[in-house]
Design a protein around this ligand. Sequence first.
Ligand SMILES: *[C@@H]1O[C@H](CO)[C@@H](O)[C@H](O)[C@H]1NC(C)=O
Length: 619
Amino acid sequence: MFEKDSYVLIVGDESVKKRRGFKRTWNALSRFQKNLIVIICLAVLLLWMFVFIQRKNLRIDAEVEHVNLRKPDSSHNEEGDKIRIIPLFKDNQLSIKMQEEIVDNADNWDDAIKNLVNANGEVNSDDTKNSIDNPQAVESNNKNIEPQKSELKKDKQDDTQISFKGPTNDRQRAVVAAMKHSWMGYKTYAFGHDNLKPISQTYSDWFNLGLTIVDALDTLYIMDMQEEYGEGKRWVESEMNLDVNRDVNLFETTIRVLGGLLSMYHLSGEEIYLTKAKDLGRRLMPSFNTPSKIPFSDVNLNTLSAHAPKWSPDSSTSEVTTIQLEFRDLSRILNDPSFENAAAMVSQKIHELPKTDGLVPIFINANTGTFRTFSTISLGARGDSYYEYLLKQWLQIGKQPDHYLIEDYKEAIAGVIKNLRKETPNEHHIYIGELISGKDFKPKMDHLTCYLPGTLLLGYKNGMPQSHFTLATELLETCYQTYIKQPTGLAPEITYFNLEGESSTDIYVKANDAHNLQRPEFIESLYYFYAITGNKTYQDMGWNIFQSFEKYTRVSHGYTSINNVRNAKDVRPKDMMETFWLGETLKYFYLLFSDDRNEIDLDKFIFNTEAHLIPIREN
Ligand SMILES: *[C@@H]1O[C@H](CO)[C@@H](O)[C@H](O)[C@H]1NC(C)=O
């Protein structure tokens, strides 16, 4: 009965609006003004065409097909007729049918659209008809597949739920106080936004997803900060909006938001987190719809179109290989393999590519599925968590012997020891450098690389060779030196090492690299060392660093990144509180200072690369 009055809606396109006053305004202009406008328009058009042609081949066609945009005219709508609005996402490879909306007359059009977008954004676990999940469609080629009913089949949660008792000693209480202070500043000046700018007492947005809240939730939960946790949870329940018409980074959104939601679901057993995680997982899936199955880096959560980053045709290797824990976990909870399949395919593809002693270049092209020739090999930015997730994925799937993931991991660490491990001439610090263009050694180590000692130790605990333990111990000590050698006691973003006498000191910092973003990686490693060995020396090392953070990064309304760790008198605050300060750094501090080093059981849980908890389960 609705066939006659069908309309197709373009979600997210507001361009066709308000044309009425245009003609009159135009006629009122002088000839000169008209010419000027025409010339400007032509110039803009040419520029746009130029950019478009450049970018066209990078895009996938998962955008909404512009079929028909017409608001129904009330006069054509006979009394009692209903209008059926069908949102249609369509391209050659993927067709997703979404919930429809029926309105009584055209005056309700705008509201109906809003409802519709909300309805399709929100996933109601009880409503199996309301569904944009069509996981198989992403895998299929040139076929439209009808949406399939997906069941929210829950696993037994009993084994992953934990209740926490709160701090048991002064150091832990100090960390809780830091968390409280961070949350208070965020809540007062930035609640619902991505980041707090604590000095200007305002906020900044990146993906518009309330990143600080989702990243901080499980930390609040673990610290048993019930009041603050309740504030965050209520925001997720009633205000969190995943239907943002904005490009988000697949990797960042996966590790922070999807990871944070999954972690909370496991720890608390609360359904709301799974509902949100499922909705988000589906919105991220179009990223995988590429010729090579290597995902694009960016995806719009509203239009569901995905593409390569604006600045490059390539995705970062660490980004495409650091989403697997989360997508696999989502699949396991939902009993729907599509998420895991798409993400695991990426690991499989990377496994098949040629490498240098197991080491990977830091850029990969999502169209061709090959590494960029002559790109850098690094255990720091854009490379780091590839290695981390090889080990952690293998743990997640139950340590299957001879699995390619662990074989690749072992080969890579051997490759690190052979190609990247160096010792400084005077003070004999062991560090990991980089290979520029894949071959020229550069004695530079990102603070990001300081995750490696912890990961190596976790691997050693799970059967990796002695050489991994040795390297872990050596690197942990060097990372500690990058902190305590600075007047502030805080490490810079990047440290250089004396290779062959070019520097008077064995460890040095360049002016542009002297910032500290309150990153977690070294604290994370200290936590693993303490949790696995029980040696309290690691707690003391962490306590020194915690006090430096208190001294140099605490401000009236939160904590801030700083620009200069080399001058204790002038650290030059950046006016930015990163989400990982709450999500990771403070969490690892808290667990490091715990009297019970098994507060989190490392045989039952894996921390994702953003310190969110994912359970280990044998397949
Ligand atoms: C604890 O760790 C420190 C630093 O690695 C080491 O010097 C010390 O010998 C260890 N203590 C014990 C009891 O193993």
